[in-house]
Design a protein around this ligand. Structure first.
Ligand code: AMP
Ligand code: MG
Length: 324
């Protein structure tokens, strides 16, 4: 069983940083979701992330660094617009995909010649990363701290529920409270002429356009993903997720606070804003499983901003081929 730490004192973070450098795994909070971290320079430690998650080896990990200058360690040929983005939005919920340096091994990039880098905006994550740098580390590779295909964890308890059985005795879970943003970082491909959004998140297309003064290539049209109908399970609870229909008695329901539900419907969340929607979505999907519900109906938020990211995750959850 991993060690569960609820008081993230400076000593605890120095201890966790030493653990990472020694090859241990440390799950830690960020403003988006909880990550499962390993020393990004240690192939054996990174391999343990893949086995704990049950994740295919060709899926790249995001390297987390303490500050923007860490980008220079991991990347080469960083375009000017990526520097603007880093200046404007780091620390924050944004991952830049850039040409990798020699430091970024195949075991972190999934064999690609690019690497994803992010400076998270959470006091525990930054405290851990700063302690890691002081101890001689360069970066912490961390995907979301869930089994592959499942809903990302937004609390330390959810990490423990997901991965407790797959972590070793010396591994640690740092508890920094519930995540503020609630959906994963915006991923931006910075290897082409203009920024290209690979995964929508809290840093929106409009914010990217304003920061860079550039055209922004958006996410793949929803219709293109919908018609495929063959997506592997991703962001998916055990319950079946269905979108934009009236919920029946006994079904879970997630919708904005103004939307009413009939008698017998299990209301899992009633957020007041799109920000709230993102913040509570994953814990509401987990609550459906905790209550043993077969089906969760979600009325999707409309419009731009973080609603785009919410619909992206919901579409994938609803398209999942997961065996129920
Ligand atoms: P997770 O942290 O679980 O959300 O997973 C990390 C995400 O970052 C995955 O969707 C990866 O495909 C993406 N990612 C990380 N590095 C790269 C890269 N070099 N190129 C494209 N996507 C990346
Ligand atoms: Mg993930």
């Amino acid at each position: 069983m991993a060690q569960f730490l609820s008081k993230c004192s400076a000593n605890a973070m120095a201890d966790a940083a030493a653990n990472l450098l020694a090859g241990g795994l440390v799950a830690f909070p960020t403003e988006t979701v909880y990550g499962l971290g390993a020393d990004a320079c240690n192939a054996d430690a990174v391999a343990r992330i893949y086995s704990a998650k049950g994740r295919p080896a060709d899926h790249p990990l995001i390297v987390h660094v303490a500050a923007m200058d860490g980008l220079g360690d991991w990347a080469e040929d960083v375009p000017g617009y990526a520097i603007s983005l880093a200046r404007d939005f780091w620390p924050g919920p944004m991952t830049l995909v850039v040409k990798r340096s020699a430091l970024a091994g195949d075991f972190v990039t999934g064999g690609q010649d690019t690497v994803g880098v992010r400076v998270p905006n959470h006091p525990v994550a930054l405290g851990l990363l700063e302690a890691f740098v002081r101890a001689g580390g360069k970066g912490v590779a961390a995907p979301s701290a869930n089994r592959f295909g499942n809903v990302s964890p937004t609390t330390a308890q959810a990490v423990s529920d997901e991965l407790g059985d797959y972590l070793a005795d010396g591994d640690q879970i740092l508890d920094g409270g519930p995540c503020d943003v609630g959906v994963e970082s915006t991923i931006i491909d910075c290897t082409v002429d203009v920024p290209k959004i690979l995964r929508p998140g809290a840093i929106t297309a409009q914010m990217i356009a304003e920061s860079t003064g550039s055209e922004v290539i958006g996410v793949v049209a929803e219709s293109a993903i919908r018609v495929s109908g063959s997506l592997e399970a991703h962001y998916a609870p055990a319950a079946t997720v269905e979108l934009d229909r009236a919920p029946l008695p006994g079904e879970g329901f997630i919708a904005m606070a103004g939307v009413m539900a009939g008698n017998g419907v299990v209301r899992l969340a009633a957020p007041e804003s799109h920000q709230d929607f993102a913040r509570v979505l994953y814990s509401a999907l987990r609550a459906a499983d905790d209550q043993g519900l077969d089906t969760v109906v979600v009325e999707q938020p409309v419009g731009d901003g973080i609603a785009v990211a919410i619909r992206d995750r919901l579409m994938r959850a609803a398209n999942s081929k997961k065996a129920h």
